[in-house]
Design a protein around this ligand. Structure first.
Ligand code: CAA
Length: 387
C-alpha cells in the first residue's frame, strides 16, 4: 500500500480516430495470409485519425468528459505524454488547454520517452499529490502510431488517447509505492526529427521489450514489490497483442509462477492498434470492462518505451469500479469508426503530414467533438466541432 494517503487513478476515458482499417483487407492486398496479422500478431484492425484529427483532438475528446464529470477543483497540472508530438517546442497540452477553455492556473508539460511517457506522468502526479493531497493531476496519453507503407511495422499501426484523473482516495485503482525500473540505451525503435514514421529493428525491439520486462520486475521485487502469485492480472504495453502474450509467458517462466490468462486485457487494443503511450491504459480499461471480480485485487503494470525504459508497478482495484466504468462505452466508440478501403487508407497515410510554410484550411471530416481546422502562419488551429 502507498501509506497514509492512497493515491491513484480516480477515473479515465478513452478516445480514438474516426477511421478503422481491417487487417484482413490489408493482408489480402499484400498477398499475405491474413492469419499472420490476426493470429501471428494478434491484431484485427487499427484506428486511423481523419485528416482533421491528431493527438490533440483525440486527447481533448478523452479529457472533456472527465472534466465535465469531475470538475476542475485542485487540478493544477496536466502531463501530456506522447511520442507523436505536433510541435518541437510547444506542448500538445497547450493546444488542449485552449481547446477545453481551461483556466490559467494549470501547468502544462509534454513528456516523451516512446510508449513509456504516461507512466512517468502517472508517477510524477503521485509525487505532487503526496505533497498536497488536495491537488489532482490530469495525465493524458495520446499517440498516432505510423510506420512506412508496405513495411513490417505497417500492420502494427494504430491511434488512441487515454485521459486519466489522478487523485488521493482514488475510486478506480490505488497505485502501490514499489516500482521497478530498467533503462538501457538501445536503437530498437525511434523516430528522427525529420521523419513522420518510425524506424524500427523489429526483432531487436521484441528482445528489448522482454529483457526490460524481467529486468524491471526483478527491480520491483527488490524494492518491496509483491510476489508474482498475488497478481490477478498483468497489463502489458501492447504494440500488438501477441507481444503481451509473449510477455506473460516470459514472466511466468522467469518467476516460476503460472500467471493469469491476460486475454481480457487485449480486446480493445486488438481493434485500436498500437496507441503507444496510451496502450497500457487502454489495456486497463479493457480488463476493467471485461472482469467484474477485480475489487480488492492486485494487478501488475508493465510499461515499456523503446530506446528504452521499462517500469513494472502494481495497483489495487477499488470497490465500486464497475459503476464508474459503466459511464463509457468503448465498444460502441470502436463500432462507430468509419471503415477505410485500403486505397483510401494509403492515400490518407501519405497526406496526413503538412508543411508549416503555407496556410491550410482542412475540410470537415471527423464527427468527433474537436478537430484540427488548419494551419495559419505555421501554427495549428483547433476548434470544437460544434463551433
Ligand atoms: N499464420 C499464423 N501466424 C503467422 C503466420 C500465419 N500465416 N505467418 C507468420 N506468423 C507469425 C510468426 O510466426 C510470428 O509469430 P512469432 O513471433 O510468435 O513466431 C508472427 O506471425 C509475426 O511474423 P514475423 O515475425 O515474420 O513478422 P514480421 O517480421 O513481418 O514483423 C514485427 C513483426 C517485427 C513485430 C513488425 O510488425 C514490427 O516491426 N512492428 C513494430 C515494432 C514493434 O511493435 N515491436 C514490439 C516491441 S517494441 C515496443 O513495444 C514499443 C512499441 O510500441 C513500438
Amino acid at each position: 500500500m502507498t501509506g497514509a494517503t492512497p493515491i491513484g487513478i480516480h477515473d479515465l476515458r478513452v478516445a480514438t480516430g474516426a477511421h478503422v482499417v481491417e487487417l484482413s483487407e490489408l493482408a489480402d492486398t499484400q498477398g499475405i495470409d491474413p492469419n499472420k496479422f490476426l493470429v501471428g500478431l494478434g491484431q484485427q484492425q487499427f484506428s486511423m485519425p481523419a485528416h482533421d484529427e491528431d493527438i490533440v483532438t483525440m486527447a481533448a475528446a478523452a479529457t472533456a468528459p472527465l472534466i465535465e464529470k469531475h470538475g476542475l477543483d485542485g487540478i493544477r497540472t496536466i502531463f501530456f505524454a506522447t511520442e507523436s508530438g505536433v510541435d518541437q517546442s510547444k506542448s500538445a497540452g497547450a493546444f488542449l488547454h485552449a481547446l477545453l477553455g481551461l483556466p490559467t492556473g494549470i501547468r502544462v508539460v509534454e513528456l516523451k520517452q516512446a510508449c513509456y511517457g504516461a507512466t512517468a506522468g502517472l508517477q510524477a502526479a503521485i509525487g505532487l499529490i503526496a505533497r498536497d493531497p488536495r491537488e489532482r493531476v490530469l495525465v493524458i496519453a495520446s499517440d498516432v502510431a505510423r510506420y512506412d507503407l508496405d513495411s513490417a511495422g505497417e500492420p502494427t499501426q494504430g491511434a488512441g488517447a487515454v485521459a486519466m484523473l489522478i487523485s488521493a482516495d482514488p475510486a478506480l485503482i490505488e497505485i502501490e509505492a514499489p516500482a521497478g525500473i530498467h533503462t538501457t540505451d538501445i536503437d530498437d525503435f525511434w523516430r528522427p526529427n525529420d521523419r513522420s514514421t518510425a524506424l524500427v529493428d523489429g526483432k531487436l525491439s521484441i528482445q528489448a521489450y522482454l529483457a526490460s520486462l524481467t529486468g524491471s520486475f526483478d527491480d520491483y521485487r527488490a524494492r518491496g514489490g509483491a510476489e508474482a502469485d498475488t497478481l490477478a492480472s498483468v497489463l502489458m504495453h501492447q504494440p500488438f497483442t501477441k507481444m503481451a502474450a509473449k510477455g506473460i509467458k516470459a514472466l511466468s517462466a522467469h518467476t516460476g509462477v503460472e500467471l493469469p490468462d491476460i486475454t481480457p486485457t487485449m480486446e480493445y487494443n486488438r481493434r485500436m492498434g498500437n496507441s503507444y503511450t496510451a496502450s497500457i491504459f487502454v489495456a486497463l480499461v479493457s480488463l476493467l470492462d471485461a472482469d467484474a471480480e477485480l475489487a480488492g485485487r492486485r494487478i501488475g503494470f508493465y510499461s515499456y518505451g523503446s530506446g528504452s525504459i521499462g517500469e513494472f508497478f502494481s495497483g489495487i482495484v477499488q470497490p465500486g469500479y464497475r459503476e464508474l466504468r459503466a459511464a463509457e462505452d468503448v465498444p460502441a466508440m470502436l463500432a462507430a469508426r468509419e471503415p477505410l478501403a485500403i486505397a483510401d487508407y494509403r492515400e490518407l497515410h501519405e497526406t496526413t503530414e503538412f508543411a508549416s510554410d503555407r496556410d491550410i484550411v482542412l475540410p470537415v471530416t471527423t464527427s468527433a467533438p474537436f478537430r484540427l481546422a488548419g494551419v495559419t502562419g505555421g501554427a495549428r488551429d483547433y476548434t470544437a466541432t460544434a463551433v
